[in-house]
Design a protein around this ligand. Structure first.
Ligand code: TYD
Length: 160
């Protein structure tokens, strides 16, 4: 099934100038960018995007991190893209994310360390967790007119 999922390259990815490397990994896997823009998230929008986390102890650090600079938001399309992208992204805690995943290859910090310093965990990327979140998040971040439909070689290779 062709699915759409929301990716955010978080401010730490932009500040480290590794967005190109991360986007390449998604493209190399045959996933298609169908929406893309740069946004500087404010506190209000952070609370909308992270509504399920607002009451959690780590939210303050998470909000500080997601609002500390611009993000690149992408809507990505592909065969069962939600699960595939989550697999490529890796575990939430960089210390636990496996080598070969985006978080595992480009970050290493633990929850313990981040908590000790009262900071949000810099794990570079957000990807929708499941079908329900993907639907909600793609429509929160993108208007219909910002989404694009076009063919890639993968469209042919995944059907013929
Ligand atoms: P979550 O949605 O659980 O993880 P993921 O981004 O892998 O879907 O959490 C959202 C973000 O909140 C996560 O990317 C990093 C931050 N976070 C913390 O800083 N501390 C924590 O203990 C957790 C669970 C998350």
């Amino acid at each position: 099934m062709i699915e759409r999922t929301l990716i955010l390259l978080k401010p730490d990815a932009l500040q480290r100038s590794i967005t190109g490397k991360i986007i390449s990994r998604l493209e190399d896997a045959g996933l298609k960018i169908v929406g893309m823009k740069m946004v500087w998230v404010d506190k209000e929008f952070s609370r909308e995007h992270y509504a399920e986390h607002v009451e959690k102890p780590f939210y303050k650090g998470l909000e500080a991190l997601i609002t500390m600079g611009p993000v690149i938001a992408m809507a990505i399309e592909g065969v069962e893209a939600i699960e595939t992208v989550r697999k490529m992204v890796g575990a939430t805690e960089p210390k636990s994310s496996l080598p070969g995943t985006i978080r595992g290859d480009y970050a290493h910090v633990s929850y313990g360390h981040a908590d000790k310093h009262g900071i949000g965990i810099k794990n570079l990327i957000h990807a929708s967790a499941n079908t329900e979140d993907a639907k909600k998040e793609v429509s929160l971040w993108f208007e219909d007119k910002e989404m694009h439909s076009y063919d890639t070689v993968h469209d042919a290779h995944t059907t013929k």
